[in-house]
Design a protein around this ligand. Structure first.
Ligand code: TYM
Length: 331
């Protein structure tokens, strides 16, 4: 089970950290996978309805282009599953406020306010504060065991475990499985153009498909490197360029690339090589993406069917949880 927030166009970090490993896992015969578009989460950061709708379509087309098979995987919009906000409330009532005070995203927003000499909570919505509980409901509504994510989401998964444990304990049963983050070490934090984590909020992303070959090439050429000249040995380990290359190449290719850098390959040439490596992996998917995005009705139909499948799992489970806490089960 994993999701992506629908606030922008997917970037290489989303692909390498979550989409690629999730799609690979979903092909295993022993895996029952749930992938979704986190459009309720999107409302926390974005008040532009058009952008949310556009992003939802782009992210859905990206999943499908990356090889998600909607026949095998339950693929849906979060907002089509009313059991998720319902479970969010049941979980909210067993979640310690102190736990949410420690969430990285909330703490970062508070620190920013304090640095600016503002009130700690100035401009922070209750939505941002509750973010981890909504995410716990996404995961626990389907009792997911493994959640493929990048490193930035680990804390959220740990909170989902805490909340699940608390609920199980309070209501005396094994209602929830305790979920685990499934992290690929190599790509757990893919760096962006400036070497920091690739992120929409840092504006340092390399787009996956948007803008085509040209945008990909332009972005790769903008990756920040140090000022070592051609012929001078380069520090591969410390460079964003090498980290990105490594996430898209075999071990042998990466070792070769690293040796070339250490032996003085020019940064310009390294960028060319990275661009060609990325283009080789992304071009066939981009062609599928363009076909899909031109047929939004088809995507919406796939998501409608996914919502039906997801609710068939979540609704009876919620009925059981309602009874467990003393509410009337829906008739
Ligand atoms: P979001 O939309 O910020 O990111 C989607 C996924 O991409 C991963 N990712 C990265 N991985 C490696 N390197 C990077 N630079 C990088 N940037 C992003 C993220 O770790 C994530 O796996 N809260 C989630 C969405 C969500 C969710 C869930 C995920 C909502 N409910 C339930 C899993 C399960 C988020 O905002 O991800």
């Amino acid at each position: 089970m994993t999701g992506i927030t629908t606030t922008g166009t997917p970037h290489l970090g989303n692909y390498a950290g979550a989409i690629r490993p999730a799609v690979a896992a979903s092909r295993r015969p022993d895996v029952d996978a749930f992938f979704f578009l986190a459009d309720y989460h999107a409302l926390i950061k974005c008040e532009d309805p058009e952008r949310i709708a556009r992003s939802r379509l782009q992210i859905a087309a990206t999943w499908l282009a990356a090889g998600l098979d909607p026949e095998r995987v339950t693929f849906y919009r979060q907002s089509d599953i009313p059991e998720i906000p319902e479970l969010t409330w049941l979980l909210t009532c067993v979640t310690a406020k102190g736990l949410l005070n420690r969430a990285h995203a909330y703490k970062a927003a508070v620190d920013k306010n304090l640095e600016a000499g503002e009130d700690a909570d100035a401009g922070i919505s209750a939505g941002l504060y509750m973010y981890p509980v909504l995410m716990a409901a996404d995961i626990l509504a389907f009792n997911a065991h493994q959640v493929p994510v990048g490193r930035d989401q680990i804390q959220h998964i740990e909170m989902a475990r805490d909340i699940a444990q608390r609920f199980n304990h309070l209501y005396g049963g094994e209602f929830f499985v305790l979920p685990e983050a499934a992290i690929e070490e190599q790509v757990a934090t893919l760096p962006g153009l400036d070497g920091r984590k690739m992120s929409k909020s840092y504006d340092n992303t390399i787009p996956l498909f948007e803008g085509g070959t040209r945008a990909l090439r332009e972005a790769v050429m903008r990756i920040v490197t140090d000022s070592r000249l051609p012929g001078e040995p380069k520090d591969a380990q410390g460079s964003a360029l090498y980290s990105i290359y490594r996430a898209f190449a075999s071990e042998a290719e990466s070792a070769d690339f690293r040796r070339a850098l250490e032996q003085g390959m020019a940064w310009g040439e390294a960028k060319e090589r990275l661009f060609h490596r990325l283009e080789a992996e992304l071009a066939p998917m981009r062609a599928r993406y363009e076909e899909l995005i031109a047929r939004p009705a088809q995507i919406e139909a796939i998501l409608d069917e996914g919502a039906r499948k997801a609710r068939a799992v979540a609704a009876p489970f919620l009925a059981r949880l309602r009874e467990a806490v003393g509410l009337r089960a829906p008739r």
